[in-house]
Design a protein around this ligand. Structure first.
Ligand SMILES: [Zn+2]
Length: 287
């Protein structure tokens, strides 16, 4: 039974809805659950359609945002999302970038101001299940951290308690991804060497702590098998054309993606239904 069920996800940028919840969104839509996506920023500091990075001179954030707005609409259609709400904040860029301090950036926006807007949406939609990122924003991006903060603050402003989940990747899976990234890096180096190209080794900021994106396997509360909708998830990611050029998902290709990316994981942050143990349905306790 899906009558009256609503799912709402609070994401930072266009494309985050596809990467961490593409499978869940499509499956819930297939089941007749109402789905709502709140996208906090316009993603000004993604790549340009020509691949330019934000540090490059001709990178134009407003143009990037325009392109990404259309891409997001495509992804929303592919995932069957019923309602998209754009909070319209300016992308804050990565941690330490000067864009963090732009008064229009999401990061500079007072939490209570953005939380009040989100609370109004929650009050209107009354989702039983809400999803966002953990306190480190899953991987440390200021906009993801801010999405976490405004979601927690918004839940304090509404008159009921939904079940809140954070997306997660188990440590065991993270280890496999790291192997894969190391392999890709080695292949890239070898290909460069074969062409006589010598690349400067990447210099890491010594002050920058390495963020562990993994969650211990035994702390995962929800494991969702999305193998029936991996094509839609792949298509939704691919819809974010300007951002996916070099992504590891697109490099996999559709078939391998289906084999490797057939699961989404979540950690429970609030538990009004008193659930215990591991579940395989994000609406456990509600149907
Ligand atoms: Zn993001």
């Amino acid at each position: 039974m899906s009558d009256g069920l609503t799912f709402l996800a609070v994401h930072a940028h266009p494309d985050d809805e596809a990467s961490s919840t593409g499978g869940v969104f499509r499956q819930l839509a297939n089941e007749g659950v109402r789905t709502v996506l709140v996208t906090c920023t316009n993603g000004e500091f993604g790549d340009s359609p020509d691949g330019a990075k934000p540090s490059e001179d001709h990178h134009d954030g407003d143009e990037v945002a325009k392109v990404r707005a259309v891409e997001l609409e495509d992804a929303v259609r592919i995932l069957g999302i019923d309602r998209l709400v754009r909070l319209g904040y300016r992308d804050s860029g990565m941690k330490g970038w000067p864009q963090n301090d732009d008064p229009e950036s999401f990061w500079s926006t007072p939490v209570d101001v953005a939380a009040a807007r989100l609370a109004a949406i929650l009050t209107e939609e009354r989702p039983q299940v809400v999803m966002t990122y953990n306190a480190i924003g899953f991987y440390g991006h200021p906009d993801h951290i801010q999405a976490h903060r405004i979601t927690l603050a918004a839940l304090e402003l509404i008159d009921y308690e939904p079940t809140l989940y954070f997306n997660a990747i188990p440590d065991s899976v993270m280890a496999r991804y790291r192997e894969r990234w190391a392999l890709e890096e080695r292949e890239r180096r070898e290909a460069d060497a074969a062409r006589g190209v010598i690349r400067e080794p990447e210099v890491r900021d010594p002050d920058e702590e390495e963020i562990n994106m993994g969650t211990p396997d035994d702390l995962i509360d929800v494991t969702i098998d999305i193998t029936d909708v991996t094509n839609a998830k792949y298509d939704a990611l691919a819809a974010h054309r300007s951002q996916m050029r070099d992504s590891f998902w697109m490099k996999m290709g559709r078939e391998q993606f289906a084999q490797v990316m057939g699961t989404e994981w979540f950690v429970r942050a609030t538990n009004p239904r008193g659930l215990s143990g591991h579940v395989t349905d994000i609406f456990a306790g509600y149907r």
